[in-house]
Ligand binder design. Structure first.
Ligand code: NAD
Ligand code: UFG
Length: 347
């Protein structure tokens, strides 16, 4: 199948491109490289053995997008493009509302114009808000988001629901609610490439490991959890990538099914197993054979003590579950950092 990845040069898009190519799909990407490098696409092509075409464009350019969908005979779109930094979204909310929502509206309009009916959307566990008890199932209500970034995801989910309900092309969508993706392709050729000082746990740890940052601050050691640090559902980015390939299969089955299937389905993508921040630090040290200096600091505003997935729907509908361990995530994250101390160069 011909599949377009918006934001395909980014962290999750580049890993998904490999999983899709390995499943026999023809992969196309569209990216404005606002948070990525064309080098990622070059390396994906090398790793997958498939020459991936990447259109250098803003997804808000609806006519250009519709033209690509038609010319490349795209049958399914995976929508990764958007901004993702929670902290930045608090200081620049309009940037986030504009980019994350306008790209989604533009894409839906282009798909309608080109007659493309299958969509997979990058949503986030943060749409559940702070009061939902873990493990969280998709039946839990969304909203109660603690920041503009998460609100853009909840709003885009609603926009996709509304577009599907009135779609002239029979839009069918899967909303993948990612938990905490970490790690990298085991080759160490592609990985996460944060600008400046990382906000997220794993890139911070790998930069401490590389000596770029002096030590990790663990945000809060007095939560009501087994070791006092927050619990998260960390998932290897290659497991997450493979979940997208299974979502493509799910949409194909739904299109050929005679029975009624819901037009828009939210699905949690995590392992279902919570690990604490300290578990990650200790596993990273054990697997890679050296200590990570850290101290316990104050809690970070907006952090939820425990957030992990009920993954039964992913198993039932996608026939997928995560197979890689926390040790795999820590080893592969370090291989990427070690081989690419400065990430990809940016243009
Ligand atoms: P990323 O920043 O690495 O990738 C996003 C890509 O989109 C980048 O290559 C960027 O250049 C591109 N982009 C942004 N705005 C664009 C625009 N207007 N036009 C064209 N390209 C544009 O992020 P990622 O970690 O790969 O995340 C992918 C998606 O998954 C995002 O929507 C993100 O919100 C969502 N998500 C990520 C996480 C996570 O922890 N990484 C968790 C939950 C959800
Ligand atoms: N943490 C530290 N020190 C750091 C960085 C993080 O202790 O330097 C802790 C945080 O306090 C939290 C845990 O590590 O307890 C995970 O934090 P991350 O920032 O890595 O991830 P979050 O769970 O806050 O958020 C991530 C993505 C969001 C996404 C969410 C979905 O950043 O985009 O997962 O679960 F919405």
């Amino acid at each position: 199948m011909n599949i377009l990845l918006t934001g395909g040069a980014g962290y999750i898009g580049s890993h998904t491109a490999i999983a899709l190519a390995e499943s026999g799909h023809s992969v196309f990407a569209a990216d404005n490289f606002s948070n990525s490098s064309p080098e990622a696409i070059r390396r994906v092509s090398e790793l997958s053995g498939q020459r991936i075409s990447c259109f250098d464009m803003d997804i808000r350019n609806t006519p250009m997008l519709a033209d690509i969908l038609l010319r490349k005979e795209i049958q399914c779109v995976i929508h990764f493009a958007g901004y993702k930094a929670v902290g930045e979204s608090l200081t620049k909310p309009l940037l986030y509302y504009d980019n994350n929502i306008a790209t989604t509206v533009s894409l839906l309009a282009a798909m309608e114009e080109a007659g493309v009916s299958r969509l997979i959307f990058s949503s986030s566990a943060s749409v559940y808000g702070e009061d939902a008890p873990s493990p969280i199932s998709e039946e839990a209500g969304i909203g109660g988001c603690t920041n503009p970034y998460s609100r853009t995801k909840a709003i885009c989910e609603q926009i996709i629901q509304d577009a599907a309900a009135s779609s002239p092309v029979g839009l069918q969508a899967v909303l993948l609610r990612y938990f905490n993706p970490i790690g990298a392709h085991p080759s160490g050729m592609i990985g996460e490439n944060p600008h400046g000082i990382p906000n997220n746990l794993m890139p911070y740890i790998t930069q401490v490991a590389a000596g770029i940052l002096p030590e990790l601050t663990i945000f809060g050691g007095d939560y009501d959890t087994p070791d006092g640090t927050c619990l998260r559902d960390f998932i290897h980015v290659m497991d997450l990538a493979e979940a997208h390939a299974q979502a493509v299969e799910y949409l194909s089955r739904a299109a050929s099914s005679n029975t009624d299937v819901p037009t828009v389905v939210p699905i949690n993508i995590g392992t279902g197993t919570p690990y604490s921040v300290l578990d990650v630090v200790k596993t990273f040290s054990d697997v890679n054979g050296f200590p990570i200096p850290y101290h316990i600091g104050a809690r970070r505003d907006g952090d939820i003590p425990a957030l992990y997935a009920d993954v039964s729907r992913a198993e039932q509908l996608l026939h997928w579950h995560a197979t890689r361990s926390l040790a795999d995530m820590c080893r592969d994250a370090w291989t990427w950092q070690r081989k690419n101390p400065e990430g990809y160069w940016l243009r």
